[in-house]
Design a protein around this ligand. Structure first.
Ligand code: UD1
Ligand code: MG
Length: 430
């Protein structure tokens, strides 16, 4: 679309009570600013992000995810406030949509409503249950928006107004270029307000249109309480989309799914499941309280209480309770209980007994364990990596494997078992 987008993200975020810049606080696995930039990029190829507070940190974080974002540092010392924020940006297109960096729930489709209006200034409002903190939208006699008055500048009558400014605007770029210099900081906060552009437009008899928006979608996150509320709303949205696409969820309110996770086919998620960092689930069953991070599961079942750590692939496999997998590929494998399989490749028909551990780390470096097809790994086996087990091997229970094992062999280590008759009674007495 031929529209530039400016995202204001220079504010201090004092109410977050955190050393971390407000817009870097995460919702569903990603910083708030990431979510809004991702949506903005669906609409425009000319995105301007206005920063000031810990600007470099925010910029570095966003550069990990996006290219071609114009970062602009606000002249905060001379021009603080939302009006000051958009001074000095140079939009490429005739219109500029102004968004806030702390609005993580806004999606591209919600921005469309602004483009349906044809006016030099379009602002957005909603009727607030609790108008505290918001700018009040003051109408004139013919129900046009006359001005926006900030809470800190409002008189008693204005404070009673329930219609509030959502903080998203669509401006003609020409209008901004002509009028930004007319803003003053003659108000109680000594700030340059973007909202004063509304009354400036009215003075010039330019049309100001207001669109009614959904309060939840345009929610601005100012505190950690808001952050948790926004998280809950985003989680509901993510889970609803998956369930509508055929994913089953038991007690969905107990499930956490990050926003870059994909789930396909007839997958089932039981209660308390966490799917993190781009996990990909295909036709799989994730049982209660299991965690999958940055891994792929296909036609597999895991848990309850299983943990699949990054860079793992499970295909046609089953892992049971208290099994931890890390950077491993399991293809047609069963590991029913209590095991740690790290840096390993395990092939079809292999059974991993209870208590099996790949000893992948010697305190300095990590090593690989490779296990072939149809291997029977007895309970309480330790595989000291680097080690390779060929097909059709039996490893007896309690064995410590320190050498490669050839196809078809049995491996067994046994410390001699000593039996002392009647020792119990000698020790404890009769
Ligand atoms: C602003 C609006 C208010 C509206 C509300 C909606 C003004 C003056 N007021 O108030 O009418 O109801 O949003 O949420 O605009 N920012 C900068 N530079 C600054 C100050 C702020 O980039 O100098 C950024 C912040 O990072 C934030 C956004 O602008 O993303 C809004 O700032 P904030 O301080 O939250 O404004 P509100 O007081 O909420
Ligand atoms: Mg705000």
């Amino acid at each position: 679309m031929n529209c530039s987008i400016a995202i204001m993200a220079a504010g201090f975020g004092t109410r977050m009570k955190s050393k971390k810049p407000k817009v870097l606080h995460q919702i569903s696995g990603f910083p708030m600013l990431y979510h809004i930039i991702k949506e903005a990029k669906k609409i425009s190829n000319d995105i301007h992000v206005i920063l000031y507070h810990q600007a470099q940190l925010v910029q570095d974080e966003m550069n990990k995810h996006f290219e071609n974002i114009h970062f602009h540092i606000q002249d905060y010392d001379n021009f603080p406030g939302t009006g000051g924020a958009i001074m000095g940006i140079s939009p490429k297109y005739e219109k500029v949509l102004v968004l806030n960096g702390d609005m993580p729930l806004l999606e591209a489709q919600d921005m469309q409503i602004f483009f349906d209006e044809d006016a030099p200034v379009v602002m957005s409002s909603f009727i607030a249950n609790d108008a505290t903190g918001y700018g009040r939208v003051i109408m004139d006699d013919s129900k046009n928006v006359a001005k926006i008055v900030e809470q800190k500048d409002a008189n008693e009558l204005e404070l009673k107004v329930k219609s509030v400014n959502a903080g998203v605007y669509l401006f003609d770029t020409d209008f901004l270029n002509t009028n930004l210099s007319k803003l003053s900081n003659n108000n109680n906060q000594k700030e340059y307000y973007i909202t004063d552009l509304i009354s400036i437009a009215n003075e010039q008899k330019l049309q100001v249109k207001a669109v009614e928006i959904n309060e939840e979608t345009f929610m601005g996150v100012n505190s950690k309480y808001h952050l948790a509320q926004a998280e809950e709303l985003m989680q509901k949205r993510i889970k609803k989309r998956f369930m509508e696409a055929g994913v089953s969820m038991r007690l969905p309110e107990t499930i956490y799914i990050e926003s870059d996770v994909t789930i396909e086919g007839e997958s089932i998620l039981e209660s308390g499941v966490s799917l993190l960092k781009g996990a990909k689930i295909i036709n799989s069953h994730i049982k209660t309280n299991s965690v999958v991070e940055d891994s792929m599961l296909k036609n597999s079942s895991i848990g309850p209480m299983a943990r699949v750590r990054p860079k793992s692939v499970l295909i046609d496999s089953h892992i049971g309770n208290f099994v931890e997998i890390k950077k491993s590929t399991l293809n047609g494998v069963k590991a029913g209980h209590l095991a740690y399989l790290g840096d390993s490749e395990i092939d079809t028909g292999t059974n991993i007994g209870c208590g099996t551990i790949t000893c992948n780390y010697d305190g300095k470096a990590k090593y690989k364990t490779i296990i072939g097809k149809n291997v029977f790994v007895g309970s309480d086996t330790q595989l000291v990596a680097p080690v390779k087990v060929e097909d059709d091997v039996i490893i007896a229970s309690g064995t410590t494997v320190t050498k490669d094992l050839k196809k078809g062999c049995l491996a067994i280590t046994r410390a001699p078992l000593k039996i002392v008759d009647g020792f119990f009674y000698k020790f404890f007495g009769k």
